[in-house]
Design a protein around this ligand. Structure first.
Ligand code: ADP
Ligand code: MG
Length: 396
């Protein structure tokens, strides 16, 4: 009774997997992030049955040297940091060295990898955390990781997996986010042998947004570009023609990492006050570049939240620059020309009907509202463009 056990590595990894590997989409996230950290310019994602049966990620990144392959599956084994001080200068997505250890503890994993310096690659099979085989293999530079039978040895976890459809939506959602955060990388996503998404990888954010969300969203975006003492911001924000009833289309990235930051979300809501209806949420795709020394990315298990050193200043600067950018374009004027273009637009929508079909396969698109006619807009609840300018000037 009350004997204290020191857990063995396999048990530790399985427990840790509970935090990092919640569902197939978490595996997809960790693996794609590794591909991005490896400097890949192309990442191919293949999934079957919502990732429950198979997840395959192929990249053209730096690969892992044969002598290092075994180490990559050990817990706390990472090539991205050496000590805690490195977190103050961190630009990689990973740094904890947990993902491969956790994923391989709860699945059947196969990795094929090759660096440019080695003439031949390595193929390794790991099942439930144990290396089953390792052999040389001819392959291209880069890494392919195949995950089969996720949670085969943790039945409790397996029971909580959602339907194939729900898991697929989670994965699609995640790939969209990673693709938008990394326009320099070409993403190809295939689900049950059906091509779902190909991004151009041309380093243009607008091209990625267009390939995911289509033309109409792109036509209603305003470019934002600004640098201040605390951060650099770039990207696109929606004008007053587009908004939705949840925040799913508020894409915020800090140093290329997708985050849900309350400070940033609040600054966005405040900036759009009076510009879009109350209880509606704007659309934005913004990339904040912040000195890693002034943020803490290590406060959340999946790194979804970050902590800022200068929270208040960040909030004010951000709110003001968003607002200024919004008001720098003639919102109401744009609205009128948009209205006139309606006929042509309807034709375009019809021509794009394939895209529309695709759109509804993704939960992100459920309730995008593109206002097409003046009368659909509760005009009274809005300030006019001039009113907004006036009230802004008054508060200054
Ligand atoms: P982390 O990403 O936190 O370093 P992981 O467990 O995800 O930890 O990966 C362990 C190590 O394996 C990485 O630090 C990296 O060196 C190597 N690695 C994993 N995936 C890849 C990949 N796709 N390409 C090259 N190296 C990889
Ligand atoms: Mg990683």
């Amino acid at each position: 009774m009350n004997r204290i056990n020191i857990l063995d590595d396999l048990t530790i990894n399985k427990i840790a997997a509970g935090e990092v590997v919640e569902r197939p989409s978490s595996v997809v996230k960790e693996l794609i992030e590794n591909s991005i950290d490896a400097g890949s310019t192309k990442v191919v994602i293949d999934i079957q049955d919502g990732g429950k049966k198979l997840i395959r990620i192929t990249d053209n990144g730096c690969g892992i040297a044969s002598s290092e392959v075994d180490k990559s599956f050990l817990r706390h084994a990472t090539s991205k940091i050496k000590n805690i001080d490195d977190l103050y200068d961190l630009y990689s997505l990973g740094f904890r060295g947990e993902a491969l250890a956790s994923i391989s503890a709860v699945s059947k994993l196969e990795m094929v990898t090759k660096t440019k310096d080695e003439p031949i690659g390595t193929k390794v099979i790991v099942e439930g955390g144990k290396v089953v085989s390792k052999e040389p293999v001819g392959t291209h530079n880069g890494t392919t990781i195949i995950i089969k039978d996720i949670f085969f040895n943790t039945p409790a976890r397996q029971k909580f997996l959602k339907s194939t459809h729900a898991e697929t939506i989670n994965i699609s959602d995640l790939i969209n986010k990673l693709a938008i955060g990394n326009p320099h990388v070409q993403f190809k996503y295939v689900n049950n042998n059906k091509s779902m998404l190909t991004t151009p990888g041309d380093n243009k954010l607008l091209s990625v947004i267009r390939s995911i969300y289509g033309k109409e969203i792109c036509e209603n975006l305003i470019e934002i570009n600004h640098e201040c003492k605390y951060f650099k911001i770039s990207g696109y924000i929606g004008n007053n023609n587009i908004y939705r009833s949840n925040k799913n289309l508020q894409h915020i990235y800090i140093n290329k990492r997708f985050v849900k930051s309350k400070i940033v979300l609040d600054a966005i809501s405040e900036a759009y006050k009076g510009i879009i209806p109350i209880n509606k949420h704007s659309i934005c795709f913004i990339q904040l570049t912040i000195n890693p020394a002034s943020i803490d990315v290590n406060i959340h298990p999946t790194k979804l939240e970050v902590k800022f050193e200068n929270e208040k200043e960040m909030y004010i600067e951000l709110r003001d620059i968003l607002r200024k950018t919004l008001l720098s374009v003639s919102l109401i004027g744009k609205y009128e020309t948009y209205d006139k273009k309606e006929e042509t637009k309807n034709i375009l929508v019809k021509e794009n009907s394939n895209q529309s079909k695709n759109i509804y396969e993704n939960k992100e698109f459920e309730d995008i509202k593109v206002i097409e006619k003046n009368y659909e807009r509760p005009i009274d609840s809005f300030m006019s463009f001039n009113d907004i300018i006036k009230s802004e000037n008054n508060t200054e």
